[in-house]
Design a protein around this ligand. Sequence first.
Ligand SMILES: Nc1ncnc2c1ncn2[C@@H]1O[C@H](COP(=O)(O)OP(=O)(O)OP(=O)(O)O)[C@@H](O)[C@H]1O
Ligand SMILES: [Mg+2]
Length: 279
Amino acid sequence: MLEGVDTAFVQAGLPGGYRVASELDTGGYGITFKVDRAGQALAVKILDTHWHEAAIRTPLEISALRSVSHPNVVRIVDEGTLSTPIEPGRYRYIACEFVEGANLGDLFRGGYEFSVGEALSIGLQVAAGLEAIHEARLIHRDVKPKNVMFNHVTGAAVLLDVGIAKHLDVSPVTIGTPPGTFGWKSPEQIRQDALDKRSDIYTLGLLVYWLATGSHPFENRAAAHGGDLEAAMIAGQFDSVRHRQPGLTPQAAETIDQMLAVQPYDRPRRARDVVAALQ
Ligand SMILES: Nc1ncnc2c1ncn2[C@@H]1O[C@H](COP(=O)(O)OP(=O)(O)OP(=O)(O)O)[C@@H](O)[C@H]1O
Ligand SMILES: [Mg+2]
């Protein structure tokens, strides 16, 4: 898939002025490098058009992606195709501002414990960022701990990986795999049904539940489904968040549970409703 896409290959394929510094921790979808351009640190994600549905973007989608401007959403500064001698056009790059801090997944694994106040603050910041993304008729599709950067000194949270968002008016591409991460998908995403912004509301619910309790809402339900976590998520039974975190206000707890409804129409309708409820 991305064999041979190393620092030297990316350096040769990016436009002039880019200097590739290092490969960042690579996730399941694409490969990301830390890059310097005219003294500005950037994160550049490389996607393969043979494998990644999000590598194929229409002009409408690109302009919508670049139009999103919000303090809780990483800013896209450039995108295009790597110039490569063989198979020109195969690899797309998306350059974003580099966000200082640590992602929530790494923080948690490092032993950081989120307070209830931090859980709600991060949740409402990500909800505000999602509202801006949804306003541009985009669906993020990969809200998860590793895609949120948190600065625990300032308290700021920034949603990453906006470049793989899908525009609602652009038909899905059938080549390659759509974004999404095991355990962090909505039921409709697991079933590979059509998505709308309520899919992001669900995954935001997973994120806030996890931040508030330190555990995934369905992890203790998988055993009842032969160890299949996704089957448990589709079945939809989980312990109300207020049983695992009594420190939440009734309104916040009810909203978090509602975001995790199996049926999209049972969830809060808009990310901005979540912002209000978590305040
Ligand atoms: N704009 C950015 N600023 C700072 N760090 C970033 C940025 N984008 C990504 N990173 C860091 O690099 C890591 C890897 O990112 P990447 O998107 O390649 O993988 P991922 O989020 O783990 O998985 P996936 O590829 O499925 O999204 C992130 O988890 C984050 O720590
Ligand atoms: Mg990512």
